[in-house]
Design a protein around this ligand. Structure first.
Ligand SMILES: [Zn+2]
Length: 135
């Protein structure tokens, strides 16, 4: 009889579910590669920078800067702003910015990203940090 047990449990290597568990627990998680020192996001089993598998979970401070943003207009829903935010740990995440003014994308502004929910699903949410609105 042949032993068909795989050498690596590929399902256990998929870090997506653990990422969402951590967001549900209130963290802004990302991975740090212990081989090359780079930050990794979205979570993976293998470091995209060096190919190593020594990735450990870390928690972002949530402090970041808006790289790109747009306002989403949907029927029967208040417009909301979706942004790509560069966090200080060197990763770029997608998030809503709850207090952004519609159609005034706050590109370059400081934000604080936190774990939250959107439509009862775990999600990252952000608010503008610091100086307040200029308008
Ligand atoms: Zn690496």
């Amino acid at each position: 009889m042949t032993d068909t047990t795989p050498l690596v449990d590929l399902h256990a290597l998929k870090p997506g579910p653990e990422y969402w568990e951590r967001v549900t627990g209130g963290a802004v998680p990302y991975q740090h590669c212990n081989a090359c020192g780079e930050s990794v996001f979205f979570p993976r089993a293998v470091c995209p920078h060096c190919g190593a598998t020594q990735l450990e979970w870390r928690e972002s401070s949530g402090r970041g800067t808006v790289y790109s943003a747009t306002t989403v207009h949907l029927r029967d829903v208040d417009p909301y702003t979706v942004a790509l935010v560069d966090l200080e740990e060197g990763i770029r995440v997608m998030t809503r910015i709850d207090d952004a003014v519609p159609d005034e994308p706050p590109i370059g502004r400081a934000v604080l990203v936190v774990a939250g929910e959107i439509d009862r699903q775990p999600a990252l949410r952000a608010s503008l940090a610091g100086e307040g609105h200029d308008a």
